[in-house]
Design a protein around this ligand. Structure first.
Ligand code: FE
Length: 338
């Protein structure tokens, strides 16, 4: 209730702010990373376009845009989970954008075939483990984590997490509905504790001795390593990372991305912002400061990602993953994954 009031007030402020003469772009974003503020400020400095941001969960933003209809002040929708852009397109909330020079360099599986949205960054849902308690040779793929040997040792957040929903969508595509249900049930059986907390917390739980292996998004390890908090850096230093399914379909990759809103009142400015976010400079800044993988294949990587090395990606398209989001949620419920 408090959140929806907050969104209403913020959207109202966006409306007020967009009433003056100054060039503006209104951003609805579910990304929650410090690098975004720095990037959007840089965009404003370079272009003179003021950026107004409404931040909320992507499902709330999608609902908000539906309610606002053609009076929506949103120019661009940025989500932390790619499947929400697939859903936003399906609901008529996005419009075709110009891909720009760099937009057409984004690999096809990470952008919409009709250019309604594009990925901005890639994130791998990999494993983090404590090398004192787990031998790297014991790890192989997501599937093998259901083995009895992992009983009481796995850490993963709740099924509310879009990141987990999209991972399960990839399991449905790989294993079928029955296989995915069996997998989810096996993971629930082996959980060290009831799911809770965010991805960073799962890694902290390993350090606290509550479990041995966690499933988390890759960039959170970068953020822990580079945290201003020495305890977080200490947690990260105790851990190793593992890219699963390297002998098969590859590790699950999700994107964070952006689309141009269907009724964008500042369409040109929205387009400019999207091109800015796909510039080599912005792509490398996101990689360096937030440890996400750029979507531009030629973008430079920070040392940490270079040290992790190349890996095989599950090449299933975001479009396909988006088709299975609803089914993933039903399977989580049936499997008892809280
Ligand atoms: Fe995140």
């Amino acid at each position: 209730m408090r959140t929806s009031l907050f969104i209403t007030l913020t959207a109202f402020m966006v409306l007020l702010l967009s009433c003056n003469d100054k060039e503006v772009v209104n951003v609805y974003s579910s990304r929650h990373y410090d690098v975004d503020t720095r990037l959007l400020n840089k965009f404003s400095e370079e272009t003179g376009i003021k950026v107004n941001t409404v931040k909320a969960d992507s499902d709330q933003l999608v609902t908000r845009m539906e309610t606002e209809g053609d009076r929506s002040p949103a120019d661009v929708l940025i989500t932390a989970d790619g499947t929400r852009l697939v859903i936003a397109k399906e609901r008529g909330l996005l419009q075709r954008m110009e891909p720009g020079i760099n937009g057409s360099k984004v690999p096809p599986q990470w952008r919409d075939r009709d250019n309604y949205w594009t990925g901005l960054t890639k994130r791998v849902r990999f494993m983090v483990y404590h090398p004192g308690r787990v031998d790297v040779n014991e790890l192989s793929d997501y599937e093998s984590l259901t083995a009895d040997k992992w009983n009481g040792r796995l850490l993963v957040r709740s099924s509310n997490s879009h990141y987990n929903q999209t991972l399960l969508a990839s399991m449905i595509i790989a294993l079928g509905e029955d296989g995915a249900l069996e997998w989810a049930g096996g993971i629930v059986n082996n959980m060290a504790r009831e799911p809770g907390g965010n991805d960073r917390d799962q890694v902290k739980f390993i350090a606290a001795g509550l479990g041995d292996v966690a499933i988390v998004n890759s960039y959170y390890m970068g953020l822990l390593h580079n945290s201003g908090n020495s305890e977080e850096r200490n947690v990260a230093e105790q851990m190793e990372v593992f890219f699963p399914n390297q002998d098969g379909r590859g590790a699950h990759v999700n994107i964070s991305g952006v689309g141009l809103a269907a009724h964008a009142p500042n369409r040109e400015n929205g387009q400019r912002l999207i091109e800015f976010l796909l510039s080599m400079e912005a792509q490398e800044q996101i990689a360096k400061e937030n440890f996400e993988y750029p979507v531009l294949p030629d973008a430079g990587l920070p040392d940490l990602l270079m040290n992790w090395g190349p890996f095989r990606e599950d090449m299933v398209s975001l479009d396909s993953l988006g088709q299975y989001s609803g089914q993933a949620m039903r399977i989580f419920n049936r499997a008892g994954w809280k």
